[in-house]
Design a protein around this ligand. Structure first.
Ligand code: PRP
Ligand code: MN
Ligand code: MG
Length: 189
């Protein structure tokens, strides 16, 4: 069979580089939330893209946490998300008076996270922190770092390429790559 890797033009972060950075983020989160004497934090992943990062991250956090998912659809197509996000999967857990850690694979324009922070606050979260594996600040339209009364954790700053793998897709494919790379142009069609 043809290798999935042959669809990739260049690798930006290898599986090992990802693992090392995830471990550092989990250690920081474990430290930051350790002195919190309240209820365990709720880790909320943004489906679908955050599924692998969330799975890796929570297994390295040295604290009890609960896990839930939300989904936001920003009706658009291709490589651009547009600016009209709608929450299409609501929380299952009650986050009232809990610290929420919102987990994303990538923050790009910021519209997804900026839609979710007020939603989580409206459910009574005592703080909302954001933990994104990749951050593309050059494309930001909303300064999400300033929202949420919590911290902002980022794995790596991402250059302005369209990246796939480690949860991130093109047309719902390539999420299962264990590394992050740039797709060959012939596969964008
Ligand atoms: C992608 C990505 C983030 C969001 C970032 O999700 O996983 O959730 O876009 O873009 P933004 O900062 O401009 O909002 P997408 O909407 O493609 O859904 P997916 O996770 O199911 O791929
Ligand atoms: Mn997403
Ligand atoms: Mg997507």
């Amino acid at each position: 069979v043809m290798s999935l890797d042959s669809h990739i033009e260049s690798v930006l972060w290898t599986h090992d580089q990802i693992s090392d950075r995830v471990a550092q983020l989990a250690a920081q989160i474990s430290t930051d939330f350790d002195s919190n004497s309240g209820p365990p934090p709720v880790v909320v992943g943004v489906a679908t893209g955050a599924f692998l990062f969330l799975a890796d991250l929570v297994r390295k956090i040295q604290l009890p946490v609960s896990v839930d998912f939300v989904r936001v659809e920003s009706y658009g197509s291709g490589t651009e998300s547009n600016g009209a996000p709608v929450i299409s999967l609501n929380l299952k857990l009650d986050v009232k008076d809990k610290h929420v850690i919102l987990v994303e694979d990538i923050v790009d324009t910021g519209s997804t996270v900026s839609c979710l922070i007020p939603y989580l606050e409206s459910k009574g979260a005592s703080s909302v922190s954001v933990c994104t594996f990749l951050d593309k600040p050059t494309r930001r339209k909303v300064q999400v770092e300033l929202l949420g009364k919590g911290k902002f954790y980022r794995g790596f700053q991402c250059p302005d390429y369209f990246v796939v793998g480690y949860g991130m897709d093109f047309a719902e494919l390539y999420r299962n790559l264990p590394y992050i790379g740039v797709l060959k142009p012939e596969y964008y069609k």
